[in-house]
Design a protein around this ligand. Structure first.
Ligand SMILES: Cc1ncc(C[n+]2csc(CCOP(=O)(O)OP(=O)(O)O)c2C)c(N)n1
Ligand SMILES: [Mg+2]
Length: 470
């Protein structure tokens, strides 16, 4: 029965004029149904392939049987349940909690920056230097901004110290038009795409030219021009958003993917699980990039899960996954590039777990020495830093040296300090901006609130900040 229903559905889809699967036909032989394609690639790629695969998998066919459908009713040792055909067993046996061994961690460079193995990406000198310069820029930006926040010049900051290499390697491996849904520790992706140092400073200071016009937390950057969604503090919410955006890219046949970043702590949110399952079922071109940096504020990764980390969850959802040394920029670059290709070519999600370490405090509201050993931080800073490792590799190629290092750091530091000073000298956004941008036309209740605020300022001008124009 089920197979004849399948046949009818398949024919209906194949007859649709828009369907790229129009070149398919369904044939019956005894109790078996076969799907034949003029072009054998047709089933495996594009919307046509997806539709057929979905239909067949819902009726129990596997990937491999797609072209010649071998759905067979009442096979002796197997049974069709809705969603899958499953073998019977007479052994009462639970599946073990973990696979016999953990998923290995892909790397390209040794800790000292020596090339290992065969999967070394072919990066030219210009590209490699640009990547390193951007890693250094991130370090300098973090250093200056962190200190500025401690001086009280703006409200909040979080560094990506220890994760600069993966920030830049991910960005370099993506296409600049892939839509990014970040957490908050990925400013390197913006930097790579051309977000200027002045824009970072304007946003954190919250002046009238800042992206958030002073209404966002500092570090909650965003840029529609650079396909980078504005950061939200609420952990995990970006994950289903990325899936929805990726689904729309697929529907529009854009040949781009969406990408979401999140920490191993955020991966404990329901949004992670719902998002990945949705992406798997709807065959969405989305990269789930988890930065497993060992800590979620004061909660260690060992308290986040009992399975094989984040990558280990992929199979349960039917999603390809990979674990990568997140402090090895070349490994991250190769893995993200390959994952992106899979996502865009096959319309499928890929889960990447980048193993790294949060060297800095969680944010300026945190003192991590209260809950972790300083020796641990020192170990990661001195022995396993991703930027130093990449620099060693660059130097071994003769593409970087001490003089370049000193000059570049000096130059960037001067730039960042100048941008921060310029940002502070700019006006704050006018009071009216507090009520704009959310609605097309300002609703009654907001209009009333604006009137009330202005009235309060008129009555007590001494408590109103002088640098905010009325
Ligand atoms: C839904 C939600 N719960 C809790 C928080 C508070 N919070 C902010 S960041 C954070 C830790 C996140 O850790 P992780 O996802 O591993 O990212 P990391 O900071 O390590 O980069 C927590 C618990 C929040 N912002 N949102
Ligand atoms: Mg974390």
């Amino acid at each position: 029965m089920a197979s004849s229903v399948a046949a009818r559905k398949l024919l209906r889809i194949a007859r649709k004029p828009w369907s790229p699967s129009a070149a398919l036909s369904v044939k019956r032989s005894g109790s078996k149904y076969f799907v034949e394609a003029e072009d054998p690639d047709l089933c495996r790629t594009g919307l046509g392939g997806s539709l057929f695969f979905r239909l067949f998998s819902s009726l129990g066919a596997s990937h491999d049987s797609l072209l010649h459908c071998n759905y067979e009713e009442n096979a002796e040792q197997r049974a069709a349940f809705s969603g899958a055909t499953i073998a019977y067993t007479e052994d009462l046996q639970f599946v073990s909690k973990l696979l016999p061994s953990r998923i290995p961690c892909f790397r390209v460079l040794s800790e000292l920056g020596k090339e290992l193995g065969k999967d070394v990406p072919q990066l030219g000198r210009t590209m490699a230097q640009k990547m390193y310069e951007q890693m250094v820029t991130l370090q300098v930006l973090d250093n200056v901004f962190y200190n500025a926040q401690r001086q009280g010049r703006f409200a909040f900051y979080a560094t990506c110290t220890g994760e600069e290499a993966l920030n830049i390697a991910c960005a370099a491996a993506l296409n600049d038009t892939d839509t990014v849904f970040p957490q908050y520790r990925e400013p390197g992706v913006l930097l790579w795409r051309g977000y200027g140092l002045q824009e970072f400073a304007d946003h954190c200071i919250g002046n009238y030219q800042g992206h958030g016009k002073g209404r966002q937390m500092s570090i909650h950057y965003g840029s529609s021009k650079l396909h980078y969604f504005t950061i939200s503090s609420v952990l995990g919410t970006q994950i289903p958003h990325a899936v929805g955006a990726g689904y729309s890219l697929k529907m529009e046949n854009e040949k781009r993917c969406s990408v979401t970043f999140f920490g191993e702590g955020a991966a404990s949110e329901g949004d992670f699980h719902g998002g990945v399952n949705f992406a798997a079922c709807l065959e969405v071109p989305v990269l789930f990039i988890c930065r497993n940096n060992g800590w979620a504020i004061s909660t260690p990764a060992s308290q986040q899960y009992r399975g094989d980390g984040i990558a280990g969850r992929g199979q349960a959802y039917g999603v390809r996954s990979i674990r990568v040394d997140g402090n090895d920029a070349l490994a991250v670059f190769s893995a993200v590039k390959a994952a992106r290709q899979l996502a865009v070519d096959n319309n499928e999600p890929v889960l990447l777990e980048l193993m790294t370490y949060r060297v800095g405090h969680h944010s300026t509201s945190d003192d991590s020495t209260k809950y972790r050993d300083v020796a641990e931080i020192r170990h990661w800073t001195e022995k396993r830093d991703g930027v130093a490792r990449f620099r060693n590799w660059l130097e071994s190629k003769g593409w970087w040296n001490k003089t370049m290092e000193e000059q570049f750091r000096w130059y960037v530091r001067a730039e960042v300090i100048a941008c921060l000073a310029a940002a502070e000298a700019k006006n704050k956004p006018p009071l009216a901006d507090l009520f704009s941008d959310v609605y097309d036309s300002v609703p009654q209740n907001l209009a009333e609130q604006e009137t009330q605020v202005r009235e309060a300022v008129r009555k007590c001008p001494e408590v109103y900040p002088t640098d905010v124009p009325l």
